[in-house]
Design a binder for this molecule. Structure first.
Ligand SMILES: [Zn+2]
Length: 79
């Protein structure tokens, strides 16, 4: 079995966005996945970025965008 190179948090974060965009090569991808498995901080960070990407994508859709706007308005209306 081939040993996976262990990368540090700095390197993991540097490649995180490319990883989430599926732009990493297989070797780097494996290193990052390995790091996320062992590092709680980077795991949370990856989950957060993933969530953010999903929400941005959904905000791009008009219906969701309008609903979001209504929500903001109703929140603002309370003050
Ligand atoms: Zn880390």
């Amino acid at each position: 079995m081939k040993k996976i190179k262990t990368i540090g948090c700095e390197e993991a974060l540097k490649h995180l966005l490319a990883y989430l965009d599926q732009e990493l090569g297989p070797a780097k991808r494996r290193e990052l996945e390995h790091h996320i498995e062992i590092c709680r901080t980077c795991f949370s960070r990856a989950e957060f970025e993933k969530l953010l990407k999903t929400q941005l994508r959904e905000a791009g859709r008009e219906t969701v965008g309008a609903a979001f706007e209504e929500k903001i308005k109703s929140l603002l209306g309370r003050f």
